[in-house]
Design a protein around this ligand. Structure first.
Ligand SMILES: [Zn+2]
Ligand SMILES: [Zn+2]
Length: 371
């Protein structure tokens, strides 16, 4: 995670979006004042022309940002389609095989373990650490969470963060990449189309991301750019690890296949739909405890299934908060782990909304005041 002052200066960033979304400006895990020196914030990221002088890092960051501005090439579109369509087929295949006797609790255990590992990679890593910088961490912890998140097959970490920051900036308004409401016709037909678009339809649209605008801090971080470029490797690891473990436990090729199926592809299917439900379900059904300027909702079912991410209205009201389940009864397993990391000295700068800010945005308090 450490960078030389020279690299930091080369990749100095326009931090306006970071200020707007209340994101700490420095690379993950590094104190902001050290990572992006004062006076450098307004400078654009310098690109490939500086690559020779300052190493391949600037080239890779520039190439990553440039690629995101172009419509995805055919290979990426086909891979996206396969990643969305094949896991549900694998779920059906796994159930048919289980019905025929090809089943063992080892596969369910692998499914659960890989679901937790890759799910926390998304919630703690991709979302709360990389996108919102709601806490900082040191050494290999940030790297591990980004790799675990990659295993969820939801896209490279920098792309995921750019898309999600754009969602927060325009939540349920024009330019929100996955709102169930914005741009939809009224009535039941619009509601169904809106749900499908927010859940998974948006993945098939012409998606481009202005990374220099949305994720300049991540492009400036050498380790993050490398992890981002190795995304296919992390997806493959998420498939190979459960296959290898099941093969070793059962000492059979069928075990390898069923481990791949249950711990790999079926697990990806379940986590995909739970994560996508935060964009669809949690912008439609649930309570609104805080004024957030959008249609985000607190949904207890996805509070549990998505490791605390279902407290989505809380999150939109206080996006910088490391804790999404803000009431004592809103269980937030990602927050429990972040708090544990903090107690072990592995997390710092953990951000929480002040009591004053909570009270100012409370819909109940506003209603009682007649606002
Ligand atoms: Zn949202
Ligand atoms: Zn968020």
């Amino acid at each position: 995670m450490s960078q030389s002052p020279e690299e930091t200066a080369v990749l100095a960033v326009d931090a306006s979006i970071l200020r707007e979304l209340d994101i700490l400006p420095g690379p993950v895990g590094v104190a902001p004042a050290v990572a992006v020196p004062a006076g450098r914030h307004a400078a654009p990221i310098e690109g490939a022309e500086h690559g020779r002088k300052h190493g391949v890092q600037a080239d890779l960051a520039e190439a990553t940002a440039q690629a995101a501005l172009e419509p995805a090439p055919l290979a990426v579109r086909l891979a996206t389609m396969a990643a969305v369509m094949l896991p549900p087929l694998a779920l059906v295949a796994a159930m048919i095989l289980a019905w025929g006797g090809w089943f063992g609790w080892i596969y369910v255990a692998l499914l659960a373990a890989m679901y937790v590992i890759s799910g926390l990679g998304i919630t703690i890593g991709y979302h709360r650490l990389y996108t919102h910088k709601s806490f900082a961490t040191r050494g290999p912890v940030a790297v591990l969470f980004a790799i675990f998140g990659g295993m969820a097959a939801q896209g490279p970490v920098i792309w995921w963060c750019a898309t999600h920051r754009k969602h927060h900036q325009h939540s349920d308004h024009e330019h929100d990449p996955h709102s169930p409401h914005a741009g939809q016709e009224p009535g039941i037909r619009g509601a169904i189309k809106g749900f499908f678009h927010a859940h998974m339809g948006w993945l098939f649209q012409e998606l481009t991301a202005d990374m220099k605008r949305y994720v300049p801090d991540l492009l400036a971080d050498r380790t993050t750019v490398r992890i981002n470029s190795l995304f296919p490797l992390w997806v493959a690891l998420g498939l190979v690890i459960p296959a290898a473990i099941a093969g070793l436990v059962t000492m059979s090729w069928m075990g390898v296949f069923l481990g791949f199926l249950w711990g790999g592809v079926v697990r990806i299917c379940l986590l995909h739909h739970v994560t996508w439900s935060i964009n669809s379900v949690c912008h439609i059904w649930g309570s609104r405890d805080y004024a957030s300027g959008d249609e985000s909702r607190n949904n207890p079912i996805f509070g549990i299934l998505a490791f605390g991410e279902g407290w989505h209205n809380n999150h939109h009201a206080f996006p910088a908060s490391a804790r999404h389940g803000l009431k004592w009864w809103q269980f937030d397993s990602s927050w429990v782990i972040i708090r544990t990391l903090e107690k072990c000295g592995l997390a710092s700068k953990v951000r929480l909304p002040s009591p004053d800010r909570l009270a100012a945005r409370s819909t109940r308090a506003r209603a009682s005041k007649g606002e």
